[in-house]
Design a binder for this molecule. Structure first.
Ligand SMILES: Cc1ncc(COP(=O)(O)O)c(C=O)c1O
Length: 546
């Protein structure tokens, strides 16, 4: 029974009021706002007078959200009681009551004759937020909902659509490295010969020839997939979305690698699921000890998501032994694994690494997601999921999500796979990527400030780079991002890959471009800017592990 008549409740303060259905003015959450008045702006519409939640608690909740969403460091001064009362059109005693309420719960502290300040963060696990369902499962004790993207992060993501001259931001090879000519011929021919591919209604879970080819490809690296469990999707992103919804509900806790692919984090937010971050190593991948410890502590993990092969952004590939151990651990706890293997075909090693799914001997506990956006054609938006024991649910979700995926491009990819064209293309693409990776890495090491760390990925498309401290403070890639963008250079800033300011001193660079003198000049310029990059004020770089 929720404490307050709010649609989402938490044990301490109401998260969401039934009256307006919001958690307050989103502008409150503008991260990076250094001025106090930006952090605590005037609420435009005040509070609903007939809300049964006392006014002081509504204010307390909004202040707490503002503190958390902007990741305000310990010691940040709050507005005075009088200012709060004026801003929020309430009495001084109500504002004071809100502050005292936060103080008694350890969120803020009073300093004699100075006012109220953000207190040292309460230990994780002490404070809980949660939907009714999550609360019932104890989820709120262990995990957080992903915060909404702040305005700056939205800007950062929008760069994918921006006219940037040097694209180090995406995880994609340049157009000339994909078999575009081959596809244009194939698509024209197939549309002409098989008119139903364009003129008929699309039914089913994917073009049978493509599903068969996906299963055949997987056999080459000893991963057994049944074509009937494969659902073809609109990109790997749709596969991930279906997988999450097949195994979990809003409020459930999903364990993900940290850092991880930022769209996954935002997807979890959109699905109102909670994240529990598990550290990921640039060589060995997801930290199995940390995952085991989370289970031992009783974290109610509903599913785990891993990008095991050529992880984005770290480029790691765990050993087979680790993959086997991951399967065993999850089986022991009866928790499904969602594996994103979109980069598996782009690993540089002699043999293509096996997905974790290959070690799940017919148990069906791994939902394997893949796709061709990285390896064959970003524009065709073709992905797939092999749902294991969740297949029927995945199929039902696909039907009500997008019904089906256009078949013309599926037929084209199926043909390329069947005729060996894909294997040939992959060999060329990987050879090019290997050279580009080396050139980009060497350039970063020579042009970026001394002490910069760069991953040496086992394949894939991206390099993860960590800037050294400046005067004992982590440099922020947020400001660097703005400066670089002004000069037409795009990269993916690190904070997108974590939560609450984690990885703010990191950046992800795309190695998918052919190495040219123009590209080298851009990396040199980025290095110059990085040398001068300063810590972002008010943005705490913190480890978000519990
Ligand atoms: C790990 C990972 N999964 C999925 C995707 C998206 O795949 P698609 O474009 O096929 O939806 C990306 C794109 O960067 C990615 O890095």
């Amino acid at each position: 029974m929720p404490l307050f008549p709010c649609s989402i409740s938490c044990p301490e303060v109401p998260r969401k009021c039934a009256h307006d259905g919001t958690t307050g003015d989103p502008s409150l959450y503008t991260a990076g706002a250094n001025l106090l008045h930006n952090r605590f702006p005037r609420f435009p519409s005040g509070y609903p007078m007939d809300c049964p939640v006392p006014l002081y608690l509504q204010l307390a909740q909004r202040l707490l959200d503002a503190i958390e969403q902007a990741a305000m460091p310990e010691g940040t001064r709050l507005p005075s009681v009088r200012t709060l009362a004026t801003q929020h059109a309430m009495s001084v005693s109500t504002a004071l009551q809100a502050l005292r309420w936060l103080e008694t719960r350890g969120h803020i502290e009073a300093r004699p004759r100075s006012g109220y300040f953000v207190a040292k963060r309460p230990k994780r696990g002490k404070r809980a937020n949660g939907t009714g369902a999550a609360k019932a499962a104890g989820a709120g004790r262990w995990a957080r909902p992903m915060p909404e993207l702040d305005a700056q992060a939205r800007d950062h993501l929008a760069i994918t659509a921006a006219p940037t001259t040097v694209r180090l931001d995406l995880a994609s090879a340049e157009t000339t490295l994909y078999p575009v000519d081959r596809f244009s011929v194939l698509l024209r021919r197939l549309a002409y010969q098989h008119r139903d591919l364009v003129g008929s209604h699309v039914r089913g879970t994917g073009y049978p020839a493509l599903r068969a080819q996906i299963a055949r490809q997987a056999m080459q690296y000893a991963c057994e997939l049944d074509p009937d469990e494969i659902v073809v999707t609109n990109g790997c992103v749709e596969a991930l979305n279906l997988a999450l919804r097949a195994v979990a509900r809003p409020g459930d806790v999903i364990a993900v690698e940290s850092p991880t692919y930022f769209v996954l984090l935002q997807m979890l937010r959109a699905l109102e699921m909670r994240v529990h971050l598990i550290p990921c190593d640039p060589v060995t991948g997801i930290d199995l000890d940390a995952l085991k410890a989370a289970f031992d502590r009783g974290v109610p993990i509903k599913a785990v998501v891993t990008v095991a092969n050529c992880n984005n952004p770290l480029g790691s590939v765990p050993s087979d032994a680790r993959k086997r151990a991951l399967v065993a651990l999850l089986r022991e706890h009866d928790v499904p694994l969602i594996e994103d293997d979109i980069f598996g075909d782009l690993c540089f090693g002699e043999t293509r690494p096996r997905p974790v799914r290959a070690f799940d001997d017919a148990h069906g506990n791994v939902l394997l997601c893949g796709g061709f956006s990285k390896s064959l054609s970003p524009g065709l938006r073709l992905g797939w999921i092999a749902g294991g024991r969740f297949t029927e649910r995945v199929k039902a979700l696909k039907y009500t999500t997008s019904m089906a995926t256009a078949e013309l491009q599926q037929a084209a990819v199926a043909e390329l796979l069947a005729t060996g064209g894909y294997a040939l293309h992959l060999r060329r693409l990987k050879a090019a990527l290997r050279v580009q990776h080396k050139s980009l890495r060497d350039a970063v090491l020579s042009y970026f400030p001394d002490g910069t760390e760069v991953t040496d990925p086992a394949g894939g498309l991206v390099l993860w780079t960590k800037l050294p401290m400046l005067d004992g403070q982590p440099r922020s890639t947020r400001t660097l991002f703005e400066q670089a963008r002004a000069e037409g250079i795009g990269f993916a800033p690190g904070h997108l890959f974590g939560e609450g300011g984690a990885f703010d001193d990191c950046l992800r660079l795309n190695a998918g471009n052919r190495w040219t003198s123009e590209l080298e000049a851009a990396v040199r310029r980025l290095g110059e800017l990085a040398t001068r990059a300063i810590p972002a004020q008010g943005v705490a770089t913190r480890d978000l592990q519990l």
